[in-house]
Design a protein around this ligand. Structure first.
Ligand code: PLP
Length: 327
């Protein structure tokens, strides 16, 4: 879609090394090349310092950026957009799959980009019965291209003439996909939307309670707690933690304990994707170092922070307190 409009083949697309695989896979699928940079400690978002360095080194070859709101948090937009909208005016697509409801300066975070993608996978803020997604843009040209791609690549022309519509139905403007949502999925998603504000409020509470609980329970600075920018109001998808080098336990020990006590946790997605077997041999440009992405791969994981019951929340707090109390 964007390749035709803005992005020329072989152009570089900025992307963080700590990511979810399908956030970056389309770059290769479109014949473009990812330009990887590191993420920041504690926010887990793309590092604007690393972006600045990458843009400085690669200049006009950088034709775009795909930026995930990893775990629902928001990057430092003030710094990031100063770099992106500078000399090269680099357009951004946000991967907002982890969140609906994060804000920056009182504006929905995804509205800062030219387009955004959402996932309605079962564990996300809104689900359409287990799977599904949506794309968002305020640009009519991008809207038309996305619609065409979803409907087998067929041509859509806005007209009131039914005969014209008849002729266009099996007219294709590109090789497309079939990504239509079913009626049942849409109905499920609409009902979920009604509950979103209430669910997001509870998510926020669960996140804050967990932050305070962990800060109190640990006897040293063993667990690196997540952080957000003062202009940002994220709706976190999960609660990322990183086990510091000086902790008296390692990630394996705490992960095993939590899993044995039925607290379901996940690694920080692909960790450093540059080290994943599937992606190692694909063309890319690296603008390292990737110190933080490596730390995420080796030391981080995320705890649940969904709109759970007080009982479930209390249980998780107790399990964490019991583990940390043993040191
Ligand atoms: C940041 C991010 N991007 C993309 C995805 C993929 O979503 P889906 O499987 O619905 O395509 C996920 C899934 O959890 C994600 O966390």
């Amino acid at each position: 879609m964007v390749k035709e409009r803005l992005w020329s083949e072989g152009g570089l697309i900025l992307h963080p090394a700590c990511t979810f695989p399908t956030s970056v896979a389309p770059v290769w699928q479109m014949g473009l090349v990812p330009l990887f940079v590191d993420v920041e400690p504690q926010t887990y978002q793309i590092s604007p310092y690393a972006v600045e360095k990458a843009v400085h080194l690669h200049g006009a070859r950088v034709v775009g950026a795909i930026i995930p709101f990893l775990l629902g948090n928001v990057p430092n937009f003030d710094f990031l957009f100063a770099v992106l909208t500078g000399e090269h005016n680099i357009p951004v697509i946000f991967d907002s799959c982890d969140v609906i409801g994060s804000w920056y300066d009182d504006v929905p975070a995804e509205a800062y980009g030219m387009a955004a993608a959402y996932s309605f996978y079962a564990s996300h803020h809104v689900t359409t019965a287990g799977a599904g997604g949506a794309a968002l843009t305020s640009d009519p040209a991008i809207h038309d291209r996305v619609r065409s791609a979803i409907y087998w690549g067929r041509k859509f022309v806005r007209t009131d003439d039914p005969y014209h519509d008849f002729c266009q139905r099996y007219t294709y403007r590109e090789v497309g996909y079939d990504f239509q949502m079913t009626e049942i999925q849409a109905a499920f998603g609409l009902a979920q939307l009604d509950r979103l504000p209430e669910q997001n409020r509870r998510r926020e509470q669960v996140f804050q309670n967990l932050w305070i609980h962990l800060a109190k329970c640990q006897k040293g600075e063993w667990i690196e707690l997540p952080a957000e920018y003062s202009n940002a109001s994220p709706s976190w998808f999960g609660f990322p933690v990183l086990i510091r080098e000086e902790a008296p336990f390692n990630r394996e020990k705490i992960v095993r304990y939590l899993l044995e006590h039925k607290v379901e946790i996940r690694p920080l997605f692909a960790g450093n994707i540059l080290k994943q077997r599937a992606y190692r041999s694909l063309p890319r440009v690296e603008c390292g170092p990737f110190t933080q992405a490596d730390r995420c791969a080796e030391r981080a994981f995320f705890l649940p922070a969904w709109a759970m019951s007080e009982e479930a929340e209390g249980y998780m707090h107790q399990v964490l307190a019991d583990f940390l109390g043993g040191f």
